[in-house]
Design a protein around this ligand. Structure first.
Ligand SMILES: *Cc1c(COP(=O)(O)O)cnc(C)c1O
Length: 371
């Protein structure tokens, strides 16, 4: 095999980020505090259109603190889409609460808002409302927030937006990450922008931001000696990584444009193949085209395509394995499940990184068209 490996969604960093990183290094702000951290937070808050942004060590940490802000405690329930990455449900478990999993709609692969409304109605009449609902913007496409927020508002339940995959996407003109009590971003290496690892909590609520900042710095009271009234966490992002993030945000629109071009290329080059359907793009918003994913007519064919891509040194992945099918969550309640189970059986995610070249894309397409 002489061809270089094509990754699913590798980091795309440039001279811009390198320069900012070295400047931060030379400034000696080599700590989880500093001017780059402040600037990165301000930049993302402005971009998303929220009042406060708190940079954190990971998207998972941001989810954890968002759930704390929603008041989630031991013994509570939280509604969570089954079709997501495990971090969404893990954060609920950290608090000793239980996720109740809900199926997705085939129309967007996001949580089915009708199921959310049904579950809230049933739980309200049984006097067992969940403490929060988490919606996930899957593969860079927003969930359907109008009906979700309607349902949550009706029962006074907090909504948390897991926008880990969706920075730069929008829903009816409003940016991903701005919905509900708090939004969550991830800057993991495979996300739309990366700091090499990191995350952010976004909110319009000053108290939520202050609490998140406090808990993320070991809940240190603002006095010279070390005073603590609650158990905190060490969740702040490094100033060095924030410097990388500043450069990535500057390049976000060009990186989205590159991913969109790749999505268009795959659609044009594979659209005629029988048995392939691309993830539907709902007309309520604009995705950030994080990953191009499609459904293959059968699991057998999907697995053959995965194997063929692997033989060509191309990284592709099945769609997420739903949480209700994960051994770790086997005791949790699940509502529905056919849609997410089917996405897992037949879903295929293609290399979609913003630095993918024309040649790379052609290699992917010819591997898929072979035979
Ligand atoms: C990546 C991801 C997370 C976790 O983010 P980390 O920064 O890796 O902790 C959470 N939710 C979803 C949907 C993700 O894709």
């Amino acid at each position: 095999m002489t061809d270089t490996r094509i990754f699913l969604s590798p980091p795309d960093v440039s001279e811009v980020e390198r320069k900012l990183l070295l400047e931060a290094f030379d400034s000696n702000w080599v700590a989880p505090v500093g001017p780059d951290l402040d600037a990165f937070e301000a930049q993302v808050a402005e971009l998303v259109g929220v009042r406060h942004a708190v940079a954190l060590a990971s998207g998972t940490a941001a989810l954890h603190l968002a759930l704390v802000a929603a008041g989630v405690r031991r013994g509570d329930t939280v509604l969570v889409p089954s079709f997501t990455f495990a971090a969404t449900a893990n954060a609920v478990m950290y608090l000793g609460a239980r996720p109740v999993f809900l199926d997705s709609t085939a129309a967007s692969w996001n949580v089915d808002p009708d199921l959310v409304a049904q579950e809230l109605r049933a739980r309200a009449s049984a006097g067992r409302l969940p403490r929060a609902v988490v919606a996930v913007d899957m593969y860079g496409q927003c969930a359907d927030y109008e009906p979700l927020l309607d349902a949550c508002d009706r029962y006074g339940v907090a909504l948390i937006e897991d926008a880990a995959e969706a920075l730069g996407a929008s829903y009816r003109g409003r940016a991903a990450g701005s919905f509900g009590l708090a939004g969550v971003l991830s800057f993991n290496g495979n996300k739309i922008i990366t700091t090499g690892g990191g995350g952010m909590l976004l909110t319009d609520d000053g108290r939520v931001a202050t609490q998140a900042r406090h808990l993320a710095t070991q809940a240190r009271e603002p006095v010279p000696h070390y005073e603590h009234r609650t158990v905190g966490y060490n969740y702040r992002l490094s100033n060095l990584l924030a410097a990388v993030g500043r450069g990535q945000v500057q390049r976000l629109s060009e990186m989205i444009a590159a991913r969109k071009e790749t999505a268009g290329f795959y659609r044009a080059a594979l659209g005629d193949l029988p048995g392939l359907t691309f993830m539907p793009i709902a007309d309520y918003g604009l995705p950030n085209w994080w990953l191009t994913c499609l459904l293959v007519d059968s699991q057998k064919t999907r697995d053959q395509l995965l194997a063929r891509l692997a033989r060509h040194n191309i990284e592709a992945r099945p769609a997420w394995k739903p949480m209700h099918l994960q051994p770790v969550f086997r005791d949790c309640v699940m509502r529905g499940g056919e849609v997410s189970a089917d996405l897992f059986r037949r879903g295929l995610c293609l290399p979609s990184g913003s630095a993918l070249t024309e040649h790379d894309r052609e290699r992917v397409v010819s591997a898929l068209r072979e035979g």
